[in-house]
Design a protein around this ligand. Structure first.
Ligand code: B12
Length: 209
């Protein structure tokens, strides 16, 4: 059943994908399994785009479906939100990049795990991160990027936090499908997370340390 969702999203069958998501939740499928299915589907969409089988409108359509699936899953997860915050996070998609589905998933999963999250949106300039850190005094800064071109923006953002004297106050985690340990080293972030769940585990470890 869950594998069917991967195909429905990858084949851009919007209504059927949303219906399948609701059915999976009704049968008590773990929301995290559904999010993982979304990730698998996007990999297929990405490959079809690279192969010239899908075009920009198809990417847009897949983005819309993913957004709606996320919202359905989010409604389920937010019922389990804790009452007192365990930590604070500022999150954004870095300058030059407007992909936000992954960032939004991280946001609601962090919230569902008791973090207060300040989402500064997409195409966020380094200065915007600096202002948000000054204002909200978070424990953690999360940066998202799906474009390889945006790695430079991540590095500039880490440098800007350093220049503002804020670097030592926060832990920085980066994520997005092309991000790995080499990108983390290049940008000067403390760590990278391959998915939202890994980000939550890392964040909890940091605030409990
Ligand atoms: C949907 C989509 C779009 C949508 C985005 C809609 C939206 N609101 O986000 C639209 C159509 C707008 C779009 C536009 C473009 N896109 Co696009 N897009 C995608 C696609 C198909 C899926 C991305 C997605 O949402 N994935 C689902 C989420 C859930 O996964 P995720 O983001 O990786 O997030 C998970 C983890 O990575 C992690 N994570 C993510 N961020 C963070 C942050 C933190 C702190 C943590 C802890 C974890 C974490 O947790 C998430 C959940 O587990 C990908 C293909 C792919 N393989 O990803 C291409 C892809 C990213 N796009 C690509 C391209 C080229 C573009 C365009 C340049 C196309 C164009 N010529 O205009 C533009 C760029 C616009 C811009 N300036 O940003 C390329 C990038 C190639 C590259 N090497 O840079 C890809 C890889 C497609 C491809 N294979 O060629 N795109």
């Amino acid at each position: 059943m869950a594998d069917r969702l991967v195909d429905l999203i990858a084949d851009l069958k919007e209504n059927e994908a949303l219906q399948a998501t609701r059915e999976l939740l009704e049968t008590e499928t773990d929301p995290l399994v559904i999010l993982d299915q979304c990730k698998q589907a996007t990999e297929i969409v990405g490959k079809r785009f690279e192969a010239g089988k899908y075009f920009i409108p198809d990417l847009l359509m897949s983005g819309e479906i993913l957004q709606q699936v996320s919202e359905i899953v989010r409604a389920k997860l937010t019922k389990e939100v804790e009452t007192s915050y365990v930590g604070k996070m500022v999150i954004g998609t870095v300058e030059g990049d407007i992909h936000d589905i992954g960032k939004n998933i991280v946001t609601f999963l962090m919230e569902a795990n008791g973090f207060q999250v300040f989402d500064i949106g997409v195409d966020a300039r380094p200065e915007k991160f600096v202002e948000a850190v000054k204002e909200h005094q978070p424990d953690i800064v999360g940066m998202s990027a799906l474009l390889t071109l945006a790695f430079d923006s991540m590095k500039k953002t880490v440098d800007a936090l350093q220049d503002a004297g804020l670097r030592d106050q926060v832990k920085i985690v980066i994520g997005g499908c092309p991000i790995d340990e080499n990108v983390a080293a290049f940008t000067g972030a403390d760590a990278f997370a391959k998915d939202a769940q890994e980000g939550v585990v890392l964040a909890k470890k940091w605030v409990n340390a």
